[in-house]
Design a protein around this ligand. Structure first.
Ligand code: FAD
Length: 405
């Protein structure tokens, strides 16, 4: 493998780093009173405080044309290559930039609208997503359609100029804060019974304020209200809001879900600084832990695993760049990342001692409960972007080619 970067990639990195050096410190100073950890407040209010900061950061990024680098130049992007996306994700992690307001909109829904939308749809919604005017959610999962997404059954029946929606979705991130959503619905109710469940699925942009839509936040283990159940009861969605043709929803959605798999490149860098931060903090809050041989061994192993994860990501990337089948490296990189994220969070609470388990607003909470939050939050990594078992199935089936029983 040759990881040397082309001159245009080095120039891309230099421009990004110079921009971050100039813009990030004043931004952080201006928003010093509102941190990423504000989301640990009770219920929705904590999330809202954090989101305003993220909106401001996304707008700042957009001013420099750094919000949606993979989008075409004509829509405010930079036509960035896969390698440049990886450089971007590494440098953002290295600089520990704030989160963005609307990752779903920028990474998934925007590209779908650019690829599949009409001119009218693009002109209406693309600037809105880019400049963080409205929040967007992505409504795919249903109670009986998660890993087996094509089993989705929320009905959308054409009626005049509209579709009429009935059914429910679950685990939809920040739907209670979203003004718009991109939903997969079933327009051909016979398709599942006829054994062609990937057919008859349609992508619709939904106005979340329309009548007949009930959004109910779910309180999670960290006390946050991050995702929701959504119930449709005769909600009307104009046919003009359909993205792509009727029955083309699977095609519309799948093109962009694959992009998630490359987005993990910067995670190893973020993890290394998390590990350094927890060891530094242990020196002051729980120094005895650093003399414990078993914890010392776990720190050393974590260092090695982070480096291994970084190299695995490069291998996965080089497969994608060579247009080769992405296994086993891509599913392995996802497995490795989720395992390591959870291992590090467990190491943090063991290193920092019992007080690391206190959550905000306890005065005893270490660093405002951020380590406690990390510990509970990282459980999601073995579910999001393809569950651990499904990744193992892919490796067994496509890479090792184990026989099916
Ligand atoms: C933090 C978070 C945010 C999310 N945000 C969104 C969102 O914004 N929009 C959205 O649409 N969805 C969202 N989801 C939902 C997510 O896409 C689903 O949770 C995921 O697809 C898994 O589906 P499920 O929860 O129904 O679990 P299931 O698919 O029912 O899986 C349950 C268990 O069975 C295992 N399993 C399933 N199939 C197989 C198989 N064939 N072989 C072996 N084991 C199997 C799984 O690995 C898992 O352990 C989010 C989830 C999380 C955790």
């Amino acid at each position: 493998m040759d990881f040397a970067y082309a001159p245009e990639d080095e120039a891309f990195r230099d421009e990004l780093v110079a921009w971050l050096d100039a813009e990030l410190p004043p931004f952080l100073e201006a928003w010093a009173d509102a941190g990423e950890d504000d989301a640990t407040g009770p219920g929705t209010s904590g999330v809202l405080a954090q989101m305003e900061r993220r909106r401001a950061w996304q707008r700042k990024l957009n001013e420099g044309r750094w919000a949606a680098i993979t989008w075409p130049t004509e829509w405010g992007g930079r036509d960035a290559t896969t390698t440049q996306s990886m450089i971007y994700s590494e440098e953002m992690a290295r600089a520990r930039t704030p989160g963005i307001y609307n990752a779903n909109g920028l990474w998934q829904i925007g590209p779908m609208i650019i690829r599949w939308g009409t001119d009218e749809q693009r002109n209406r919604w693309i600037p809105n997503i880019l400049d963080a005017d409205d929040h967007w959610c992505q409504g795919f999962t249903e109670p009986e359609a998660g890993s087996d997404l094509a089993n989705l059954r929320t009905l959308a029946i054409a009626d005049g100029d509209d579709y009429v929606l009935d059914g429910s979705k679950i685990w939809i991130s920040s739907a209670h804060l979203a003004r718009w959503g991109l939903f997969l619905v079933r327009t051909d109710p016979t398709a599942i019974a006829e054994g062609r469940k990937h057919d008859g699925i349609t992508a619709l942009i939904v106005d979340m304020e329309a009548d007949g839509i009930d959004v109910r936040p779910i309180r999670d283990i960290a006390g946050e209200e991050m995702f929701c159940e959504i119930f449709f009861d005769g909600a009307r969605v104009p046919q003009a809001y359909r993205l792509g043709g009727e029955g083309e929803g699977w095609l519309v959605a799948m093109g962009t879900l694959g992009a998630e798999r490359v987005g993990t490149a910067g995670l190893a860098i973020g993890m290394r600084s998390d590990l350094d931060a927890m060891v530094n903090l242990a020196r002051s809050v729980n120094p005895a832990a650093l003399d414990d041989p078993s914890l010392r061994e776990r720190i050393a192993r974590a260092h090695t695993d982070i480096e291994y994860t970084r190299l695995l990501n490069y291998r996965a990337l080089s497969r994608i760049l060579r247009d080769e089948k992405p296994w086993p490296e891509v599913p392995l990189a996802k497995l490795q990342w989720s395992h390591l994220a959870q291992t590090l969070a467990e190491l943090a609470v063991d290193l920092l001692g019992p007080e690391a388990m206190y959550a905000k607003p306890s005065p005893l909470a270490v660093e405002q409960g951020s380590w406690n939050r990390l510990y509970v939050f990282q459980r999601y990594t073995s579910i999001g972007a393809g569950t651990t078992e499904v990744q193992k199935n892919i490796i067994a089936d496509r890479a090792i080619k184990l026989p099916r029983t």
